[in-house]
Design a protein around this ligand. Structure first.
Ligand SMILES: Nc1ncnc2c1ncn2[C@@H]1O[C@H](COP(=O)(O)OP(=O)(O)OP(=O)(O)O)[C@@H](O)[C@H]1O
Ligand SMILES: [Mg+2]
Length: 396
């Protein structure tokens, strides 16, 4: 799928109307390189008019030999002979004016034809990974973790991430992100046999530029009509367009959640420091083991990990027979961010909770996230060292 780059959000909106649905948008040009590293099959980079010409030409020049199957299309407010000449020397495939949307569309189409020709028949299909955030208990922070983990995985545009709200009766991913979706999973009910990329795209709502949301139906009674087959086909379909699909779940092993768990590559289990939750998490872990779900790919996240309630991390690990993979402390900032509809990861990426979820993302991907360029980064020395030592390398 094309990737569109421009620091200006309005320009991105315009460009997105000219490229196939499912295109990715990056508003921080310096994240493009990370995106490309993760997407060897990317076929076109559309550089908008606000991307500085020298930087655009340098990029095209470096990609000319290193990634010949990825075309660079340069969009400018005005195209003159000088720009055209320099662009062609740098290996830009097309230079088109922003207002000529037909030309942008045609350039992207030509890039796709070239990609198909260079790739040859039977090129590998992209397969994103499914990360399910689960807990048998309500209110422990599943949605908070899902949304912030999705943003951490997106890594400011380096990866394409979708959050699927499978808390079908009371899902609140959309409201947590202040989104008002016109379409939800409800609109795919009955279309199990017709799930394809355009249909999936029509169900998604964009949050920021790099995270899409498949929202839960707006009425609880719709849940019963969401079949396991629909869930399975939707998740399989999303794998083809996204790098990571983060699934938020209801606090129960209902049939839709079990279907998602069946598809899951990485399972994040959220627990808090109270005995009823720990008892239920233990039963849930036994169930996952019995069903052979995500064995070796389960990650225990302790939320509100600093609550002074007489239970320590050691005790949790011994009760659950599992090491804690990440800890998020109780923080008013998290609750306030939820209430404001701006997740802590966007609001304050240097916040200890954001750092904890970035570390979890690192554990899931095995790749370091972008260093925070802002001064006074709160990133702990320990986590920097962990990144360097590759302590969190993925196991497979
Ligand atoms: N570490 C934390 N510190 C402070 N508040 C938190 C923390 N984690 C979650 N919260 C708050 O707790 C509330 C419940 O969190 P959340 O909705 O993420 O839980 P949930 O497990 O998804 O709940 P449900 O089972 O109802 O879907 C939210 O208001 C959220 O802002
Ligand atoms: Mg929730």
């Amino acid at each position: 799928m094309p990737v569109v780059v421009d620091p200006d959000n309005e320009t991105i909106e315009t460009l997105l109307t000219t490229v196939p649905v499912g295109a990715h948008a990056i508003d921080q040009p310096d994240r493009l390189q990370a995106w490309l590293t993760n997407r060897p099959e990317e076929y076109v980079v559309v550089l908008g008019p606000q991307v500085e010409l020298t930087a655009a030409l340098a990029l095209a020049d470096s990609m000319r030999l290193s990634r010949p199957s990825t075309s660079v299309v340069l969009v400018r407010d005005e195209v003159d002979a000088m720009v055209m000449r320099d662009a062609m020397h740098a290996g830009v495939r097309d230079v088109v004016p922003l207002k000529d949307t037909d030309s942008v569309r045609a350039a992207v189409d030509r890039a796709y034809q070239l990609y198909l020709a260079l790739r040859g028949p039977g090129g590998a299909m992209h397969q994103g990974r499914i990360v399910t955030v689960f807990s048998p208990k309500g209110g422990v922070g599943k949605t908070t973790v899902s949304v912030n983990l999705a943003l951490a995985l997106a890594d400011k545009g380096a990866r394409k991430v979708c959050v699927v709200d499978l808390d079908l009766a009371f899902g609140d991913v959309a409201i947590t992100l202040q989104l008002f979706p016109s379409h939800t999973l409800e609109h795919a009910i009955g279309s199990e046999d017709a799930i394809d990329a355009p249909l999936l795209e029509s169900l998604l709502t964009r949050h920021a530029d790099s995270v899409m949301v498949l929202a839960a139906p707006s009425h609880p009674d719709v849940r019963e009509r969401v079949t396991p087959m629909l869930v399975s086909r939707v998740l399989k379909g999303l794998r083809e367009s996204f790098d990571y699909i983060v699934v938020d779940t209801a606090p129960a092993f209902d049939e839709q959640t079990l279907t998602a768990l069946d598809e899951t590559d990485e399972c994040v289990i959220v627990a808090t420091l109270d005995v009823p939750t720990l008892k239920n998490v233990k039963v849930a872990l036994e169930t996952l083991e019995m069903l052979d779900i995500a064995r070796g790919h389960r990650h225990l996240l302790l939320n509100r990990a600093d609550d002074q309630v007489g239970l320590g991390s050691d005790r949790v690990e011994s009760i659950l027979g599992m090491q804690i993979a990440g800890r998020v402390e109780s923080s008013m900032d998290i609750a306030a961010a939820t209430n404001a509809g701006r997740p802590i990861m966007s609001e304050d990426p240097k916040h200890p909770s954001s750092q904890a979820l970035q570390d979890l993302a690192l554990r899931l991907t095995g790749e370091p996230v972008a260093p925070d360029s802002a001064p006074g980064s709160g990133s702990s020395q320990q986590s920097q060292q962990d990144r360097k030592s590759g302590l969190f390398r993925r196991k497979r």
